[in-house]
Design a binder for this molecule. Sequence first.
Ligand SMILES: Cc1cc2nc3c(=O)[nH]c(=O)nc-3n(C[C@H](O)[C@H](O)[C@H](O)COP(=O)(O)O)c2cc1C
Length: 417
Amino acid sequence: MSPDARRLTINVNVLGVGQRPAAWRSPDIVPEAIVDLGHWQRVARLAERGLVDAIFLADRPAITDPRSRPVQYLDPLVLVPAMAAATERVGFVATASTTLNEPVELARRLFSLHVATGGRFAWNAVTTWDVEAMRNFGIEELPERAERYDRAEEFVQAVRALWDAAGTREEVRHRGARLSFDASLGIDPVVPGRPAVVQAGGSAAGERLAGRVADAVYSIAHDPAASAAHRRAVQAHAAAAGRGADEPRVYPGLALVIGSTEREAGERFEHWEHQAPPTYSLRELEKALGLDLSDVDLERPLPDELVREAEAGGGWSEGYRRVLLARIRDERPTVRALLRDFGGYGQRFLAGTPERIADAMQEWFDAGAADGFNVMIDLFPSGLEDLVDHVVPVLQRRGLFRRGYDDADLLGRFRRP
Ligand SMILES: Cc1cc2nc3c(=O)[nH]c(=O)nc-3n(C[C@H](O)[C@H](O)[C@H](O)COP(=O)(O)O)c2cc1C
């Protein structure tokens, strides 16, 4: 492999104790692990052993429904320092809202994490879509998508200006349509560079924001042609904004179940699929399609009138809705079949051997459909061990993945050719 060969990026999306709805019932873990810093540190060390680029931590600033399964609910900005202290090279991508924060205060916290982690930090800038989180901040109604994205762009640009001025001690004077401040961060940039910026919305407005400000994009796509089209759209926005077209890197989600044979992977999936009621995934599907599915027959395809209702609008993310509706129209799956994958929150789902998973990654990478992947692990720690010990070596043998970390900070790693 030539030293400048293109390599794919792997982020690990850590959803508490695992992505499958029954992950918390695994004998390898206790449900309370989600509030145990030791769990997060073990995950970080394991990811670092696999040389992955970064760990991704999602967030919604609202109390999780206690009747739901245990998922991560500690603030990611609290988890990152704990994980960073237990590791040296792996990066961290933490989510924080542009709708529910103030730019100066957040810019300071994010830049502090950049410095404290030695340049291993990235910010997933989200506009926040859920009403419960809004109400925690005294906002009764979800602002329109266009309004949220307009604020997001101004917010990210303002934060970037504050970071860029961090070493100069000059005050940033910002007077925009939505934000106004005179401020400086007062942090010496003893670590060069800045946090990388990640974006994850798949609507037209989300693609535009990604092209204009993001270093990386978490996307949702189930087929390589749709993913390549999304990547091209983001790149066109980047070029129009005067950036390099390939500056925003695109990492589609990929939910994995790994087995040493296809049969073993299938059995692992089936076993855990039957340990949880379908209602967990059904609630997520309701949110994604903007529908009430309480009376729906799981053994039949979604009725036409509900498909039409979903097509008319609603749901928390245009990106997710588009992908789900395409699948519903093309395959007419039973609701139960849809829910089986939907334990992956609608992300592309793949159960198979390490070779098969590497094939799938390579196919998308070679086709220009992905610069890397945001991988969801079915159960911790075993699923991550399998990724690290079995999938990563296959990718390395094919020259698609690094054999050691280099000196680049996380932004430099995302920007690698
Ligand atoms: C992989 C992925 C992770 C996301 N993580 C979060 C998150 O942690 N918090 C959040 O509020 N939104 C999250 N989102 C939602 C998006 O940021 C965005 O708000 C949502 O997709 C709606 O935007 P859209 O209509 O442009 O698709 C995520 C989306 C994707 C694809």
